[in-house]
Design a protein around this ligand. Structure first.
Ligand SMILES: [Zn+2]
Length: 274
């Protein structure tokens, strides 16, 4: 599933294609939404915002198009009048004079007014967004002390969108590694310095992944690996998807296990349980 950084980059592409423009037509592939399409005739796109793993596209008619891609949804941007060659089902099309933004395969799509936006069950549960430039590391560290979160294992907590929105499976492994914390540790067991570091690292890794398109290694390190012949995928992470390979910091063997139903990767030395 795409994580916050991937959704944010997708939002950038869609924003570039349609924001500020008047739509000629909005089309829906889901029958229960088709009757809402006329409400968008001549409306202007005023905002394209990622929120957690959802996309919010706001219009000057007061309506917002909500979509969540889940596992299969995929956005395409095409010159007006052209469609991508795909066997997927078109679910939503935002058509402006020169560019079309097209969402395929996603099934979670909704048309929301201001109240609907405020009451939406997924959005209402979301914590602050890791990619929100207003969010600082201190606030994240303080959330770790919140009674809702302080006794949860870090491995489960880092996937909980009500803690910080936008983190997903590869970020969870990479953040725990960079913070030198074992995913079984709980915020309540950490020293204040560990919580502060975890707060900083959470934002740093998510923002880096946004800037690089999913690479969590420092840029210089990833570039050196590429020069030495590694593929993009192999020069991407500290530990994620690197089971039985050597830790890039200490040389110990990276272990994989399942936590909260998803795979997680840990260096037993760098992330020793304290
Ligand atoms: Zn290590």
């Amino acid at each position: 599933m795409p994580e916050g950084p991937e959704i944010a980059r997708e939002a950038d592409r869609i924003r570039d294609a349609v924001e500020g423009k008047r739509v000629e037509r909005v089309r829906f592939g889901l029958p229960h939404l088709s009757r809402r399409a006329r409400a968008f005739d001549d409306a202007r796109v005023v905002s394209v915002r990622p929120r957690g793993k959802a996309m919010l596209i706001g219009f000057d008619n007061g309506l917002t198009l909500y979509s969540h891609n889940q596992l299969y949804g995929r956005w395409f941007v095409r010159p007006a009048g052209t469609l991508p060659s795909t066997r997927r089902q078109l679910r939503m099309a935002i058509e402006t004079r020169d560019r079309w933004a097209l969402l395929y395969s996603a099934s979670e799509i909704d048309v929301l007014d201001e109240v609907g936006l405020a009451m939406h069950p997924y959005l209402a549960k979301l914590g602050p967004d890791a990619l929100d430039p207003e969010l600082d590391a201190t606030s994240v560290a303080e959330r770790l002390e919140d009674p809702r979160f302080r006794r949860r294992g870090l491995g489960a907590l880092l996937l909980d969108q009500s803690f910080v929105a936008g983190l997903g499976n590869y970020l969870r492994s990479e953040i725990a590694f960079e913070a030198r914390l074992h995913p079984d540790q709980r915020p309540v067991d950490l020293r204040a310095a560990d919580r502060r570091r975890l707060g900083r690292v959470t934002l740093k890794m998510t923002r880096r992944a946004y800037e690089t398109g999913g690479v969590t290694l420092p840029a210089s390190r990833a570039a050196a690996l590429r020069r030495a012949g590694d593929s993009w995928a192999r020069a991407r992470h500290w530990v994620f998807a690197r089971a039985r390979q050597a830790c890039r910091r200490c040389g110990d063997t990276i272990a994989r296990f399942d936590l909260a139903g998803r795979r997680i990767y840990v260096c037993p030395t760098c992330q020793e349980m304290r």
